[in-house]
Unconditional design. Structure first.
Length: 336
C-alpha cells in the first residue's frame, strides 16, 4: 500500500476547519463523499492507483501554491496590488512560477479512478496556473531587463491589472480544489487509520494521529495573527495543545522500539525520523509560548516585532506556528 502525503499549505486549511465553514459545506461534502465512494468503493480508497493520484494532487498544491505565493509576495513588496504602479517604485521584481507539479498532475486528471468534482477542480486550477505562468514570464522578462527605465513604467502600468487578476484567479481556483480534495483526503485518512489499527501498525497510527493533532491546533488559530492573539479561543487552543502533547508522547513511545521502526517505517526512510521529531519538538515549543501568553492574557506586541515587523521571526506567534507546521508536514511526507 502506498503512503499518503499531506498538504503543507495553511491559508485555506484555517478557514475550512472552522465550524462555520464545515456547517455551510456539509451538504456539498456529503454529496462528494457519496460520489467518491461510488467511484472507488470502500476498499478502493487505499488502492495504489487512488493514493498515487491523490498524492499527485497534494504535490501540485504544496509545490505550486508555494511558488505562486513567493512570486506574488515578491511583486507586491514593491507594488501595491490595489493602487497599481505609480512610476516611483524601485527594485521591482517577481519570481518565475515552478510548473513541474502542474505538469505531473495533468495526466492524472483523466486517469482512473475518477474523482469527478476533484478532477474538474484540478483542471481549472491547472489552467489557472498555466495562464498565470504565461503572464508572469512576460512580466519577469520586462522587469529583469529593467524595461520600465525605457518606457517610464508604461508597460508596467499596462501589465499590472492583468497580472494581479491572474494571481487572484489562481488563488480562487486553488482554494476550490483544496476544499474538494480535503473531503477526499479525510475519507482516505480515515480508511488508512482503520487499516493501521486492524494490522497492528501502532507506530504509523501514532504518527498520523500526531499530525492530525497538530492540524487541530492550527485550526484553533483560525486567521489570527500576532496582532490579534487576543481573539484566539484560549480554552480551545489549550485543549488542542494538551491533546498534541499526549499524541507526541504516544508517538515517541512507539518510536522508541527500533524493531517496530524498521518494520513500519522502513529501513531507509527511518533516517528521516530524527528530523521529523525535531520539527515536531520545535513546533511544540512555539505552540507552548503562545499557550503561556494566552494563559497570562499577554497580548502586547514584542518590541522586536515593532522593530522588524516580521511575525515569522517571533517565537510563539501564530505566523511562526503555521510556518513550523509546514516543516512538520514536509518531514512527515519524506517518511511516506
Amino acid at each position: 500500500m502506498r503512503n499518503l502525503l499531506f498538504i503543507t499549505s495553511l491559508c485555506f486549511l484555517i478557514s475550512c476547519n472552522t465550524a462555520t465553514k464545515k456547517d455551510s459545506d456539509s451538504n456539498t461534502s456529503t454529496k462528494l463523499i457519496k460520489e467518491i465512494k461510488k467511484d472507488v468503493g470502500e476498499e478502493g480508497l487505499l488502492a495504489d492507483a487512488t493514493i498515487e493520484k491523490y498524492n499527485a494532487f497534494i504535490s501540485f498544491i504544496n509545490n505550486t501554491q508555494t511558488s505562486v505565493e513567493r512570486s506574488y509576495n515578491r511583486y507586491t513588496k514593491s507594488i501595491d496590488p490595489h493602487k497599481g504602479v505609480t512610476g516611483k517604485e524601485r527594485d521591482i521584481d517577481l519570481y518565475k512560477i515552478t510548473m513541474n507539479a502542474a505538469e505531473r498532475l495533468e495526466p492524472y486528471l483523466s486517469k482512473k479512478p475518477d474523482f469527478k468534482e476533484v478532477d474538474a477542480a484540478g483542471k481549472e486550477a491547472v489552467e489557472a496556473v498555466k495562464n498565470l505562468d504565461k503572464i508572469v514570464l512576460k512580466a519577469y522578462d520586462y522587469y529583469a531587463m529593467e524595461g520600465y527605465k525605457d518606457d517610464e513604467y508604461s508597460k508596467a502600468k499596462e501589465m499590472h491589472s492583468g497580472l494581479i487578476n491572474a494571481f487572484e484567479n489562481y488563488f480562487k481556483k486553488d482554494s476550490i480544489l483544496f476544499a474538494k480534495l480535503d473531503v477526499l483526503g479525510e475519507q482516505i485518512k480515515k480508511a488508512e487509520l482503520d487499516k493501521y489499527k486492524e494490522e497492528g501498525l501502532d507506530l504509523l497510527y501514532a504518527k498520523s494521529m500526531l499530525l492530525e493533532n497538530a492540524r487541530n491546533l492550527i485550526a484553533t488559530l483560525q486567521d489570527n495573527s500576532i496582532e490579534t492573539i487576543s481573539e484566539i479561543d484560549k480554552d480551545l487552543y489549550i485543549a488542542a495543545f494538551n491533546d498534541l502533547l499526549k499524541a507526541y508522547d504516544e508517538f515517541t513511545e512507539k518510536a522508541s522500539d527500533e524493531e517496530r521502526v524498521e518494520k513500519e517505517i522502513g529501513k531507509f526512510k527511518k533516517a528521516y525520523l530524527p528530523s521529523f521529531k525535531s520539527s515536531v519538538q520545535q513546533f511544540i515549543v512555539d505552540a507552548r509560548k503562545l499557550k503561556e501568553r494566552l494563559e497570562k492574557n499577554d497580548f502586547t506586541l514584542p518590541s522586536s516585532y515593532k522593530f522588524h515587523r516580521s511575525a515569522t521571526l517571533e517565537r510563539g506567534s501564530p505566523e511562526k506556528i503555521r510556518e513550523g507546521f509546514g516543516g512538520v508536514v514536509n518531514d512527515f511526507n519524506r517518511m511516506n
